[in-house]
Structure formats: structure tokens, C-alpha cells
Design a protein around this ligand. Structure first.
Ligand SMILES: [Zn+2]
Ligand SMILES: [Zn+2]
Length: 661
């Protein structure tokens, strides 16, 4: 009897496959059941081994039992996953298992079979009740001509009607019987967007993200695979959904940080979407009003094409941004007198005000006035934030909640005070001032419950005058047409941050938040409170023209050899014992210091330097050659297997990191 040998990837943190045998031919990318040690585990078939390594004893090879007759990863998708494992230097098994539904990941009794109900897609012409403007029309025309791998950016200022362009392009693909995947940032998956798509097409629209039940996710995955649904809207985890006959990938708000997964398998869904588009030879459309520097660089090199919509759909001018010097102002909960007057006037006009402050909770510092003790999380190196609504001190790193101490644990003084500013404090101060006005807070805490965000949006749209207070959740693509005044309380933290991409981030955030305001009004105004009114970057942000600031960032980064003109990898290391981290990272640093093609920074303590009882340190590797970086990382991985120091730490590579600390 013929015996076949296969490399099988297991869902374990080892950067290798394992050899198993089978009496039947196995399908590449399909699931199998194998014994590993004393356990039965699931694996994915990676490749057939034609010539067995002579050092392996044939008798010792265990058997792999096929579970499905279908593959989880058809060929281009399979190669996308293999690429991701190599590019991010992440264990292949973990990559394969992270993109299949939990049900398939855990349960060998569930097998892949067609769901059996195919949706018919018709276009609801009544939904297209308005005409496209010239710019939108041009964009649709040019974008629909694109074939194969030719990434394009739709640069549309906020309010320019990018979604309508997406819908028209989707329509073209549906007519050809092709399927579409629309990727959106985590927070943007609002009923507003889903409803727009549902109103346009009859037929089932797949929705795929982390808060959908495992059962529903499994169902959507199956229906995508067998062509039973043709349109899926989802967050980063849907980037490798196995859509049959894929015709287009759309990635909205391509600059958004939530495309980056920062825990476990650290990858960028934007970059993986680009690779998938290349391997599947399907068009990719990135959309943004504030595109990432990487995308702008690729456009300047003619690798991506650019399509612009510079006019807002309502024909109105973009909001006017003014800076307010608060160095000599009296502040109430962070709000200057001038801003307060502007809020009053807006409310009097029956309009809405949006107040942006990027910190949730009541006050970020809880300390003793007598001895200076500061409330800290017991397992992280992080200040506890006072949350008045829950009357708890909460760690924003591990979400542990602590009772609010009545006495200082160090000196027993009762003089304990909360300092600083968060959304709750702003809300409280405004409630005292505006007793009759609806005040709506939008942050992680107020939106945690299921259905909460939908209710908040509906309350906002129902009210006339209202005050919205929110964190960066408010800067994402939901529109608030009744907002005519926008007050930004703490942009200074972003302006003076030492992070390398701080200016890119803060300008994206400020331009996005300003864009939320005044969709239907003439006089939307944005007041940016600052202690640095003469800051050069701020002056550029004030113009509201993102290109001016992005060009400057690109010039600066080129000069300093920073991304997108270089490649960065952060080697992160954690251990309950900080000296273990230092021993490991120092050894790495000593090993690499003679290599002159790579710049090494660190070891440095990460911020925060402790989370859940584990100390955290890192080294930054920066080089102008991606290929060289790859070589170095492969070399390091092999070294690490041999080092005794490696056994005492947990390490990961963070490629193209979003956060540098
Ligand atoms: Zn004290
Ligand atoms: Zn903590």
C-alpha cells in the first residue's frame, strides 16, 4: 500500500512543521487530526514530502487523519498565509489557525460542507436616489477599469461620499458574478454602513468581526467559501476570508491603526490585503481622507494609482480650524472660557457641539496630597485612572478595577485627590453648566454593552442641540450632520510626543475629527485648544490640508531614514524577572552591534514597563533594506533556539510596528 508523507502545521508557537504519514492523498490547506506528544491535536496540511529526510525513522512517523475533503486555504489564500508567516516571522501553524473560524479551529467533529443556500443579488435602483457628482463619477469610471493587481487609493476628503463610490464598484462586480470584501476599522462597523449596503443589494450581506458569535462567524465563513454570499463587510480578521470568485478588495480608512493586530500574531490587515490582492490578481482599493505615509510613498513611486474627490458631497467648504492659546486662560474641566462661550452659542442655535478629549475615565491620577503616593496597578507599571461613574480605580492596561482608597496606604492621610482630565470629568462639568441640554458621552466605557453604540448614535441623530463628548472613537467615520462646533481639548500630548510617527497620527486624528462636523451646514468651526500656538506642525494642521503635513512628514522621515524609507522590527521581550529580559536583549544587542547595515536602539524598558506582573523590554532594529532585516531575523531565530537565555523569557518580533514604545 502506498504511503504519503506530509508536512503538517500545528497550532503551536514553533516555527516549523511536523512530518506525518497518510494512506490517502491529503488536500493542501485542509485540516487533519494528529497525535502530538500525548495529545490529539488539529493540523493543517502544508505540503507533500516527496523525499523523506533519511535521518527520520519511517516507523516513528505517526498518522494524520483527514477531517475535511475541502481545503481551508485554496491556493492563492494558502500562499497569502505562508507569506504572512514569513514576513512577520510568526509560527506558521498559528498563522493558519488564526484565520479560520473558532469552530474549525477546535472541533474535529465539525466538517466543512456547503451551507446550501445561495443568495441572489439584485441591485435596488431606488436606493440610488441621488446622482454622483463629477469627481465621484470619474472615480467610479477609472476605478472600474482596473484589472488584476493594481492597488489604487481613493483619496476623498471627509464628507466626499467615498462609500457611494464603493457601492457602485461593488455593483459592477456583482453584475459579473464576482464577490467583494469590504474591510473597515473595528469601530466603523456601525449599523449605518451595513444598512447602506443592505439597502443597495438584495441578497445576504456577510458581517464578520470579533463580537459576532462563533456560530455566525462559521456560517459566514462557509457561505463565503461556497459562493453563497458575495458581499462581506468585516474587520481585520476577515482579510483572509475564502470568498469564492473574489473580484475586489476594498479597505476603507486605510490609515487606521485598528488594521494592525498588536497582540499574539502581530500583523497588518492592510499589508496582508495588498499581498492577497497581488496573489489573487484582483484589484484593491484603499480609501482615506488621511492616507498613510506608506501609501503616499508608493503613489509617488507610481506603484499605486491615486483617485481624488476633493469636494464634499454637500458642496460646502471644509470646517475652519482655529487655534486657541490657553496659556493664560481659566479652564473649567479643561475647557477655556472662550470655548465655553462658543458651546453656549451653538446650543442656543439648536445645533450640536462635539468635544474631543483622548482620555476616558474621570481623572488619570489619584494621589496623596501629604506624601505624594500615587495609585498604581498592582500588576502593571501604570497609574490607576479614577472612574467616578463606577467609583473604581481602573488600570487601562489590564482593566483591573480597584476600590477607591479612603486613606493613603503609605502615610494614612485622608487627603487623597484625583488629578487630570478624562471624558467623565468633562461630562460632569458640562452637566452642571447645561442642565437641560442632552449630553452624550462616547468612549470605551459608555459603549461597552451590546447595542450601546447603536443607541448612542440614534440618540445623537434624534436630538437637536446636544453636547457630544468623546475619545478617538468619535473621530472614526461616523458622521454627525448636526455638529457645527468641534472643540479639541488635549491635542498637545500628540504634538509633543517623542514617538516617531506622532505627527502623522495626530494630524490624521485632528483632520478626521474636524471632518465629522457640519456635514450640512455652512459654518462648522473647530477650536483647537493649545499651549503651543506657535508650533510649526500645528500651523500646518490648521490649514486642514493633510497633504501639506504628510509631505513634511515624508521629507523628515527620508532625512532620518525612518519608515516608510526604512524597515523597523521591534524585538519585544517579557519575563516576571526583569534581569532575564536584560540578559537576553543585551546578548542580542552585542551580537548585532558589529553589523553596520542595521541600527540598534536599546535594550529599553517598554511603556508601561510592567503588565500583569511581567516586565517588558525591547530592542528596536532599523535598516534601509527589508531583505537584510529578514536575513537578520532568520539568523536571530536560529540563534535563539540554542540560547539558555531564551528559556527564561518570552520574545516576539513586531514587524512594521505601529507603537514604538
Ligand atoms: Zn500619603
Ligand atoms: Zn494593570
Amino acid at each position: 500500500m502506498k504511503i504519503f508523507y506530509y508536512d503538517i502545521a500545528l497550532n503551536i508557537p514553533l516555527r516549523r512543521c511536523f512530518t506525518y504519514k497518510s494512506r490517502e492523498r491529503l488536500v493542501k490547506g485542509s485540516r487533519v487530526k494528529v497525535s502530538f506528544g500525548s495529545k490529539k491535536v488539529l493540523g493543517i496540511v502544508v505540503r507533500r514530502i516527496i523525499k523523506l529526510d533519511p535521518s527520520i525513522k519511517k516507523d516513528s512517523i505517526k498518522e494524520a487523519i483527514a477531517i475535511d475533503k475541502y481545503s481551508c486555504y485554496e491556493k492563492p489564500l494558502f500562499n497569502s498565509a505562508v507569506w504572512a508567516s514569513k514576513y512577520y516571522h510568526h509560527p506558521i501553524g498559528e498563522v493558519f489557525f488564526s484565520f479560520i473560524p473558532t469552530v474549525l479551529r477546535k472541533d474535529s467533529t465539525k466538517t466543512i460542507i456547503p451551507f446550501g443556500k445561495t443568495s441572489d443579488y439584485l441591485i435596488n435602483e431606488d436606493d440610488k436616489f441621488f446622482n454622483l457628482n463629477k469627481e465621484q463619477e470619474n472615480a467610479v469610471q477609472n476605478l472600474s477599469k482596473i484589472k488584476g493587481f493594481n492597488p489604487a487609493l481613493l483619496y476623498g476628503v471627509t464628507g466626499s461620499g467615498k462609500t457611494e463610490v464603493y457601492l457602485r464598484l461593488a455593483e459592477e462586480k456583482i453584475k459579473k458574478g464576482e464577490s467583494i470584501i469590504i474591510l473597515v476599522p473595528e469601530i466603523n462597523l456601525t449599523p449605518q454602513l451595513i444598512n447602506r449596503i443592505k439597502n443597495r443589494f438584495t441578497g445576504e450581506i456577510g458581517v464578520f468581526h470579533s463580537s459576532i458569535t462563533p456560530k455566525k462567524r462559521y456560517e459566514t465563513w462557509l457561505k463565503s467559501k461556497f459562493g453563497e454570499i458575495k458581499i462581506v463587510v468585516g474587520t481585520r480578521s476577515s482579510v483572509l476570508l475564502p470568498l469564492k470568485n473574489l473580484g475586489l478588495i476594498i479597505l476603507d480608512e486605510e490609515h487606521d491603526q485598528s488594521y494592525r493586530q498588536s497582540e499574539g500574531f502581530k500583523f497588518s490587515a492592510r499589508d496582508l490585503a495588498i499581498k492577497r490582492s497581488q496573489l489573487e490578481k484582483v484589484p484593491l482599493l484603499l480609501g482615506s481622507a488621511t492616507p498613510s505615509l506608506q501609501t503616499l510613498k508608493l503613489i509617488s513611486e507610481n506603484k499605486f494609482s491615486k483617485h481624488e474627490i476633493l469636494k464634499r458631497i454637500d458642496g460646502k467648504k471644509p470646517p475652519k480650524i482655529i487655534t486657541l492659546d490657553i496659556n493664560h486662560s481659566k479652564l473649567v474641566a479643561g475647557i477655556a472660557e472662550e470655548s465655553m462661550l462658543a458651546i453656549k452659542q451653538t446650543i442656543k442655535n439648536g445645533e450640536q457641539v462635539l468635544i474631543f478629549i483622548n482620555r476616558r475615565g474621570f481623572a488619570p491620577l489619584f494621589e496623596c496630597e501629604s506624601c505624594g503616593w500615587v495609585a498604581n496597578c498592582s500588576s502593571c507599571d501604570s497609574n490607576l485612572v479614577y472612574h467616578k461613574a463606577r467609583n473604581r480605580l481602573i488600570c487601562h492596561k489590564c482593566e483591573s478595577a480597584f476600590n477607591v482608597s479612603k486613606k493613603c496606604p503609605e502615610c494614612s492621610s485622608k487627603e487623597l485627590k484625583a488629578y487630570g482630565l478624562g471624558t467623565e470629568k468633562v461630562e460632569e462639568a458640562l452637566r452642571l453648566e447645561f442642565r437641560k441640554t442632552p449630553i452624550i458621552r462616547v468612549d470605551h466605557d459608555s459603549t461597552r454593552k451590546k447595542g450601546a453604540i447603536e443607541k448612542i448614535y440614534s440618540d445623537i441623530h434624534k436630538s437637536d442641540e446636544a453636547i457630544l463628548i468623546g475619545t478617538q472613537m468619535l473621530t472614526k467615520s461616523h458622521d454627525f450632520p448636526k455638529v457645527t462646533m468641534c472643540i479639541i481639548l488635549n491635542a498637545d500630548n500628540g504634538l509633543i510626543s517623542p514617538e516617531i510617527n506622532a505627527i502623522e497620527k495626530i494630524s490624521q486624528q485632528l483632520i478626521q475629527v474636524s471632518g465629522r462636523a457640519g456635514r450640512n451646514n455652512n459654518v462648522a468651526k473647530v477650536i483647537l485648544q493649545t499651549r503651543y500656538p506657535n508650533d510649526l506642525n500645528l500651523k500646518k494642521i490648521k490649514t486642514g490640508n493633510y497633504h501639506i503635513i504628510a509631505d513634511q512628514c515624508l521629507k523628515d522621515n527620508k532625512l532620518k531614514s525612518l519608515p516608510p524609507f526604512s524597515s523597523i522590527c521591534i524585538l519585544r521581550c517579557t519575563s516576571p524577572n526583569s534581569s532575564n529580559c536584560m540578559k537576553f536583549l543585551n546578548k542580542v544587542s552585542n551580537l548585532l552591534c558589529e553589523k553596520n547595515k542595521i541600527e540598534i536602539i536599546g535594550p529599553l524598558p517598554s511603556i508601561p514597563s510592567k503588565i500583569k506582573g511581567n516586565s517588558r523590554f525591547h530592542i528596536v532594529l532599523n535598516t534601509s533594506s527589508k531583505a537584510y532585516l529578514n536575513k537578520v531575523l532568520i539568523f536571530l531565530t536560529e540563534e535563539f533556539y540554542r540560547w539558555p537565555e531564551t528559556k527564561k523569557v518570552r520574545w516576539t518580533f513586531d514587524i512594521d510596528p505601529y507603537d514604538m514604545s
